[in-house]
Design a binder for this molecule. Structure first.
Ligand code: KG4
Ligand code: ZN
Length: 343
C-alpha cells in the first residue's frame, strides 16, 4: 500500500496554514498566509479580523498546496485540522473546511491539538518519537512535558501566569515596538545589547518545581520605562538594546535552567524545544551550550516549524492516521483544550 497523504489545516490564531504530508515525513507542500501586517496597526490579534481573513484565504491556500504537491484532491487519504486551543472564531474556519472536505470525499477526519503539534515538531521527519523532556514555548503556552512515546505525555510544569511569548510581546509593546514583539526583541538584543546591563528577576528559578512565572518580569521592565523611553540620548546609545538583551536573558535563563533540571530529575538524555519562542537566537545558543555541558542531546524544531504552521499538524495527524485514531465528524472546537497528559 502506498504511503497515506494527509492534508492539514491550521487556523488557531492569525496564520492560515495548509500542508500536505506523505507518510510521516515527506512534506509535499506547506503554505502560510500570514496576517501579521493586518493586525500590526492594532498592536495584537483582533479575533473578528482574523476569522474573516481565514475565510478568504482558506480556499485559495488549499488549491495552492494541491498544485504544489501535484496531488489531486480525491487522492488524499485524510483531512486534519487544529481543534484547539486557540481563538474560537479562527478554529471554526479550519475545522469546518477540513470536515467539509472529509464528508464530500468520504475520507477520515482528524482533529488535532495545537499543543501536540508544537510538542512533536522537533521530531518532524524523524523515524521515531524518542523519550525526552520537551519544552514548549509559544505565545499562548509554556510547558514542560516528559514524552514517553506518541500520545504518552506527563506534564512536569507550566506557566502560572503569562506564557514566555506573551511576555516577549507585552514587553515589546511597553517598549513601543511593533507586534509581534518576540522577533523585534531578538533583533535589538543581537544589535549589540548587553545581557548584563539590567538585572531583571529570574522568577521561580529556585522554586524546586517545574513551573514558570513571567508576569513579574514584565512589571520589572515597566518600572524601568521612564529611564528607557524618557532618555532619548540613552536610547540612541543602545539602552533599548540593553533592555531587550537583559529581558531576553532573564527569560532564557529560567527556561534553560528548569528544562535541564527536569531532564536530570527524570533521567532523560534528550531535550527538545519547540514553539514560536524557540526561534529566539539566544535561546537556541544557550540551550546548545547547556546541553553540551550536561551531556544531553538536543533537538530544537527547525525555525520554519517553530511558529504556527500546518506541517506540524499534519505530522501529528499522520501518527494518528497510522494508528487509525480517527475523529468523529461531530468533534467540536475547544478554545481551551489542554494537552492530554498525566501529571
Ligand atoms: O507558536 P506561535 O507561532 O503561536 C502560538 O501558538 O502562540 O508563537 C508565537 C510567539 C509570539 O509570542 C512571538 O513573539 C514569539 O512566538 N516569537 C519569538 C521569536 N519569534 C517568535 N519570541 C522570541 N524570539 C523570537 N525570535
Ligand atoms: Zn502555536
Amino acid at each position: 500500500m502506498s504511503a497515506p497523504l494527509v492534508l492539514a489545516i491550521e487556523t488557531s490564531c492569525d496564520e492560515t496554514a495548509v500542508a500536505i504530508l506523505r507518510g510521516s515525513g515527506e512534506l509535499l507542500a506547506s503554505e502560510i498566509a500570514s496576517q501579521v501586517s493586518i493586525h500590526q496597526p492594532f498592536g495584537g490579534v483582533v479575533p473578528e479580523v482574523a476569522s474573516r481573513n481565514h475565510l478568504t484565504q482558506i480556499r485559495p491556500l488549499i488549491e495552492r498546496v494541491l498544485d504544489q504537491a501535484l496531488v489531486k484532491i480525491h487522492n488524499l487519504s485524510a483531512f486534519a485540522a487544529t481543534c484547539g486551543p486557540g481563538l474560537a472564531t479562527s478554529l471554526m474556519i479550519g475545522m469546518s473546511a477540513a470536515k467539509g472536505l472529509a464528508v464530500a470525499l468520504q475520507k477520515p477526519f482528524l482533529a488535532i491539538n495545537h499543543i501536540e503539534g508544537h510538542l512533536l515538531s522537533p521530531f518532524f521527519g524523524k523515524e521515531k518519537i524518542e523519550p525526552c523532556v520537551a519544552l514548549v514555548v509559544s505565545g499562548g503556552h509554556t510547558l514542560l512535558v516528559e514524552i514517553e512515546s506518541f500520545g504518552n505525555y506527563r506534564l512536569l510544569g507550566q506557566t502560572r501566569d503569562d506564557a514566555a511569548g506573551e511576555a516577549f510581546d507585552k514587553v515589546a509593546k511597553l517598549l513601543q515596538l511593533p507586534y509581534p514583539g518576540g522577533p523585534q526583541i531578538d533583533r535589538l538584543a543581537r544589535a549589540g545589547g548587553d545581557p548584563r546591563a539590567f538585572d531583571f528577576p529570574r522568577s521561580m528559578i529556585g522554586s524546586g518545581d517545574f513551573n514558570f512565572s513571567f508576569s513579574g518580569l514584565k512589571t520589572a521592565v515597566r518600572y524601568m520605562l521612564p529611564k528607557i523611553l524618557g532618555d532619548s540620548e540613552n536610547s540612541s546609545n543602545g539602552c533599548l538594546n540593553d533592555v531587550c538583551a537583559s529581558f531576553q536573558e532573564a527569560v532564557v535563563d529560567v527556561l534553560v535552567r528548569k528544562t535541564i533540571a527536569a531532564a536530570k530529575m527524570r533521567g532523560q538524555r534528550l531535550v527538545t524545544v519547540s514553539g514560536g519562542v524557540s526561534c529566539n537566537t539566544r535561546l537556541r545558543e544557550k540551550f546548545k551550550a547547556a546541553c553540551e555541558e550536561n551531556r544531553l542531546d538536543l533537538l530544537i524544531a527547525e525555525p520554519k516549524l517553530c511558529t504556527d504552521n500546518a506541517a506540524m499538524i499534519a505530522f501529528v495527524a499522520a501518527q494518528k492516521f497510522s494508528r487509525e485514531e480517527f475523529s468523529p465528524l461531530a468533534s467540536e472546537i475547544d478554545p481551551n483544550l489542554r494537552l492530554a497528559a498525566v501529571s
